[in-house]
Design a protein around this ligand. Structure first.
Ligand code: NAD
Length: 513
């Protein structure tokens, strides 16, 4: 069978053991239980990893603490130079790493490469930013005083990431954290540990070549229990956690209990509003890519289409036709559009959701189903499905991480559609398809979408790194990546300097001795 060059990719990325079930021994600190990584593409064991025990964790934290003492003193543009070199290494490893992402996580090869490209882009962004960590200056109310603010590094940043973006989310955090002078401890998803090891191997080379302390980038492996070592650890001032809302609620409480900071990137329930003035062709492309891309396993995947009644039937038919063209199969084969779900639990949740929408009174338009046979041996391949539903259905209110698209009908003005769009607990991404300026502006206004991301004539998924990424409500409120998201990785200090010969007090208070 064609293995699409996976063995070579693994070799290039320093992942030693393939299909033999033995420990890779790559993560030199790890002595915990063995974690096996199976590919959802063909169901094969890729390699095994040792997880991080509590005593390993203490060693990692010591390395990170020691590294911070040195790294925080390095001028920010020099830290930027380290990130520039990291971006260069990623360019060299783009093909291999993209392939591993596709093989271990199951997204299409193009999306795997796209994810590595995002890492390269955030490195470029961070390099520029390393000379722009600007604070403001203010005019003091006191004579011959100067007042300004500056940003200092925070310390150790703990990163907890989800399986669906197994490499990019880490780099959104680390590239910024590093130029800010922080060191990072990363716990990738237990479903994609090899992606974590590959990334760590790439940055470890850069660190070594520059004679920098190894603790600038640390990797720990394991499930939520290993994650909780970090969330409860007061030596970690910031926890950046990406994953389900269920996880975010636990992490937020643990971190808040010690008054740490958390940056939360949690679940979405993203909708596209389609008004009578929409371009139907563009809508179909945006909606289909949004709903079936990454097999519906993006936090920004399109889950709901809110369609005006006047164009409802036309769009429904166009979508059904487009779904009929979709090719489902091995994501490493570029002729396929849709790859597998991450594991059998995800398949089970997908099947249950389809049963539930029918039980609640919904109607299946494009039927789903689990695929079997030679090409689908992992058992993780499912058919993208479409169902007519109501926004009030419990299943529609819930984020099912699978390619299921709900069609919701609205009548009257766009305000009604906006109310449906906002009528869920999540607030990540949203979009409107319209050529009507009033509708578009209303959607972006204070009376419009309540999400962190609101697009016009674009779908809900596929954000660029230049903007701040994240969402409101149960999506957690965090912002990562572009714009001024870097500020969360630093502590702000306000400084006032008196260069007069007296000591005037603020607010004109007199204190004569
Ligand atoms: P998950 O919540 O199951 O796991 C995410 C990570 O959290 C894993 O590393 C896991 O080990 C860890 N974790 C779980 N419980 C923990 C705890 N109590 N303490 C510490 N760590 C804990 O999520 P998943 O299935 O890997 O990913 C899918 C979810 O992630 C979806 O809800 C998706 O929308 C969300 N997501 C959000 C964004 C975003 O930017 N908003 C991006 C990607 C994914």
């Amino acid at each position: 069978a064609n293995s699409f060059g996976i063995e070579l990719a693994l070799k290039q990325l320093g992942i030693k053991s393939l299909n033999d079930g033995s420990s890779t021994g790559i993560n030199s600190f790890s002595n915990g239980a063995i974690l096996e990584s199976y590919s959802p593409v063909d169901g094969k064991l890729i390699a095994s990893v040792k997880t991080t025990s509590e005593s390993d964790y203490e060693k990692v934290m010591k390395t990170a603490t020691d590294a911070f003492k040195i790294f925080k003193l390095m001028p920010a543009p020099q830290r930027g130079e380290m990130v520039r070199q990291f971006g260069d290494k990623l360019r060299k490893n783009k093909e291999a790493l993209g392939k591993l992402v596709s093989y271990e996580m199951g997204k299409s090869l193009q999306e795997g490469y796209g994810e590595v490209q995002e890492m390269i882009d955030i490195c470029d962004f961070a390099v520029g930013l390393s000379r722009q960590l600007h604070g403001l200056t203010m005019h003091s109310e006191r004579l011959n005083h100067r007042m300004y603010e500056q940003y200092h590094p925070l310390g150790i940043v703990g990163i907890i990431s989800a399986f669906n973006f197994p490499v990019a989310v880490w780099s959104w955090n680390t590239a910024l954290a590093w130029i800010c002078g922080d060191v990072c401890v990363w716990k990738p998803s237990e479903k994609t540990p090899l992606c974590g090891i590959a990334c760590q191997n790439i940055i470890a080379e850069v660190i070594k070549e520059n004679n920098l302390p190894e603790g600038i980038s640390c990797l720990i492996n394991g499930d939520y229990k290993v994650g909780e070592l970090m969330t409860n650890d007061k030596r970690i001032p910031l926890i950046s956690a990406t994953g389900s809302t269920r996880m975010g609620k636990i992490v937020a409480q643990n971190v808040a209990a010690r008054l740490g900071k958390s940056l939360l990137e949690l679940g979405g329930n993203n909708a596209i509003i389609v008004t009578p003035d929409a371009d139907i062709k563009m809508t179909v492309i945006g909606a289909v890519f949004g709903a079936v891309g990454t097999a519906g396993q993006r936090c920004t995947s399109t889950r709901r289409l809110i369609i005006h009644e006047s164009i409802y039937d036309k769009l429904k038919e166009a979508l059904a036709r487009a779904y009929g063209q979709l090719k489902i199969g091995n994501p490493l084969d570029e002729k396929n559009h849709v790859g597998p779900l991450i594991d059998w639990q995800a398949v089970e949740m997908y099947s249950k959701a389809l049963e539930k929408v029918v039980a609640e009174g919904g109607k299946i338009i494009v039927p789903g189903g689990v695929l079997s046979g030679d090409d689908y041996q992992s058992g993780c391949y499912v058919k993208p499905a479409i169902a007519e539903a109501e926004n009030s259905f419990e299943i529609v209110q819930h984020e099912t991480f699978a390619p299921i698209l709900y069609l919701l009908k609205y009548s009257g003005s766009v305000e009604n559609a906006i109310e449906i769009q906002n009528g869920v607990v999540q607030g990540l991404s949203s979009a409107i398809m319209t050529n009507n300026l009033r509708e578009a502006e209303l959607f972006l206004s204070v009376s419009g979408s309540d999400c962190g991301i609101a697009n016009v004539n674009i779908g809900t998924s596929g954000a660029e790194i230049g903007g701040a990424f994240g969402g409101e409500k149960e999506t957690g409120g965090g912002r990562e990546s572009g714009s001024d998201a870097w500020k969360v990785y630093m502590r702000r200090q306000t400084n006032t300097i008196n260069y007069s010969t007296s000591l005037p007090l603020a607010q004109g208070i007199k204190f004569d001795l």
